[in-house]
Design a protein around this ligand. Structure first.
Ligand SMILES: *[C@@H]1O[C@H](CO)[C@@H](O)[C@H](O)[C@H]1NC(C)=O
Ligand SMILES: *[C@@H]1O[C@H](CO)[C@@H](O)[C@H](O)[C@H]1NC(C)=O
Ligand SMILES: *[C@@H]1O[C@H](CO)[C@@H](O)[C@H](O)[C@H]1NC(C)=O
Length: 337
């Protein structure tokens, strides 16, 4: 009799344990938010609208969805873009006015960003806050663009980090991120001078190892100087830009710099920034064998189909004559309107 009671007790205990374990597994398995979508990266150009998908599987009775931009990291500050409780929504920060929820249907918490800017590039988190267990999905918004090296009118290695940031802004660009430089390298960027990146590190991308550029024995890759002192160390810059709203056109002639400024002004335009010339080359296939003044006082020309008569270079790219004497030297002009 006694034994039967013990056995019954043991069996009951096992059944109960199994039931608890099962319900715990169920609790862990249950998700309100959909897993990250098959494509966790959304790509778009500057000026376009983009949607980062985030869908509920089940609508909790009460909840909040919070969208946060995870990059660039600001020390201890959460970069909130928008918060919704399912009815009202509120935008925050610089992106707030351009952000909204798509709400294509009751389970849709996807984030729409209008009129994309270069700085919108990076990772975002969609977080469901329902009081029990928070869930989130991380997505990447990649601004499609072009990376270009930029040096000071005063020569190589003359920018600290702040000056490099300002120099890129002056050329209608931002300081490139490591991911942007990496992608540009995979697409063919090979450059022997080290430049600042947004993260505060210094690199140069090499596809063809050579003696004058760190040695032939090193492999192709992104060479790194590691983190540098943002205020005391001086390098060039890697800038990033995307498509522009306006377009670049060439004005021929033998012009000094002030005449070039004037020629563009007469056309209701301005001398182009370096970023605008790179953008026209990359996105609109601008191809010209003539050197032309740019706004920063440099002289460049964009080549999409390399040919012998045109510098004899084998690869497409934007060539630079550096910063020639503004009064003595005569070129055409690249204008932007
Ligand atoms: C972006 O969306 C706005 C309104 O939501 C629309 O007016 C605009 O034309 C869109 N822009 C592009 C490039 O599709
Ligand atoms: C440009 O050339 C003129 C005349 O030769 C000279 O006076 C001037 O210093 C030069 N400018 C620069 C920036 O080298
Ligand atoms: C540019 O050329 C024009 C016309 O030849 C001349 O009048 C002007 O002084 C030159 N400007 C400079 C800054 O040399």
């Amino acid at each position: 009799m006694h034994n039967v009671a013990v056995i019954l007790l043991v069996v009951t205990y096992f059944t109960w344990t199994l039931a608890v374990l099962h319900s715990q597994r169920q609790a862990v398995k249950h998700r309100y938010l959909l897993e990250p979508p098959v494509y966790a990266e959304v790509t778009a150009r500057r000026g376009a609208n983009a949607t980062l998908p985030c869908l509920l599987q089940v609508k909790p009775p009460r909840y909040k969805v919070k969208w946060t931009k995870l990059e660039p990291l600001r020390r201890g500050v959460e970069n909130i873009v928008i918060i919704t409780n399912g009815q009202a929504q509120k935008g925050y920060g610089l992106m707030g006015p351009r952000a909204s929820l798509r709400r294509a249907h009751p389970l849709d918490a996807s984030l729409r960003i209008r009129n994309l800017e270069l700085e919108d590039d990076g990772m975002y988190r969609c977080e469901l806050v329902n009081g029990i267990e928070d869930e989130s999905v991380v997505l990447t918004l990649r601004i499609e663009g072009v990376v270009f090296p930029y040096e000071s009118v005063n020569g190589h290695y003359k920018f600290n980090h702040k000056e490099a940031t300002d120099a890129c802004h002056g050329q209608d660009a931002t300081l490139a991120t490591y991911k942007q430089l990496y992608r540009a390298w995979t697409e063919g960027l090979d450059w022997c001078n080290a430049g600042w990146l947004k993260e505060g590190t210094v690199h140069y991308p090499i596809l063809h190892p050579r003696a004058l550029c760190g040695g032939e024995k090193l492999h192709a890759g992104i060479r790194s100087y590691g983190p540098k002192d943002k205020t005391r160390d001086y390098f060039d810059a890697f800038c990033f830009t995307s498509i522009t709203a306006g377009y670049v056109f060439f004005m021929g002639g033998r012009l000094n710099f002030s005449e070039a400024l004037e020629v563009c002004r007469e056309k209701g335009a301005e001398l182009a920034r370096v970023g605008q010339l790179y953008s026209a080359w990359r996105f609109r296939g601008l191809d010209r064998c003539d050197g032309g003044w740019l706004y920063d006082g440099s002289v460049r020309y964009p080549i999409t189909t390399p040919r012998k008569r045109c510098g004899g270079l084998s690869k497409p790219g934007v060539r630079s004559f550096g910063f020639p004497n503004k009064t003595q030297r005569l070129y055409g002009a690249y204008c932007y309107r």
